[in-house]
Design a protein around this ligand. Structure first.
Ligand code: SF4
Ligand code: SF4
Length: 112
């Protein structure tokens, strides 16, 4: 599930910088959560960080976006793969230079 922000939001700004997925942004009148980016903090933290810091407790589960923990983890990996390459990211970890693990390195060339 993703989370959502209700009209009780007082635009205090504290949740937006806490989101590890940059899922929170200012909407027309109050802050909003992009359900395509919210993983409920799965992959980053044990608890939703925005809920931890919100002073008016206005960030419930979005009833329109029901996802299992596995789906949230898959969303986390999709977001990581789509993010600009950073040290330690899944995208950069996938890059293994070709030919680096070859044992013997040419010592077994045929003799003439
Ligand atoms: Fe961002 Fe986590 Fe809040 Fe979702 S639950 S909006 S990922 S801080
Ligand atoms: Fe709104 Fe809560 Fe975020 Fe403050 S922390 S901007 S009240 S949703």
């Amino acid at each position: 599930m993703a989370l959502t922000i209700t009209e009780e939001c007082i635009n205090c700004d504290v949740c937006e910088p806490e989101c590890p997925n940059q899922a929170i942004s200012m909407g027309d009148t109050i802050y909003v959560i992009d359900p395509n980016k919210c993983t409920e903090c799965v992959g980053h933290f044990d608890e939703p960080q925005c809920v931890q810091v919100c002073p008016v407790e206005c960030i419930p589960v979005n009833p329109d976006v029901i996802e299992s923990k596995d789906q949230l983890m898959a969303k986390y990996f999709r977001l990581q793969a789509a993010a600009p390459s950073q040290p330690g990211s899944a995208a950069s970890a996938a890059k293994v230079p070709a030919g680096t693990a070859l044992p013997g390195g040419g010592a077994n060339a045929p003799e003439v």
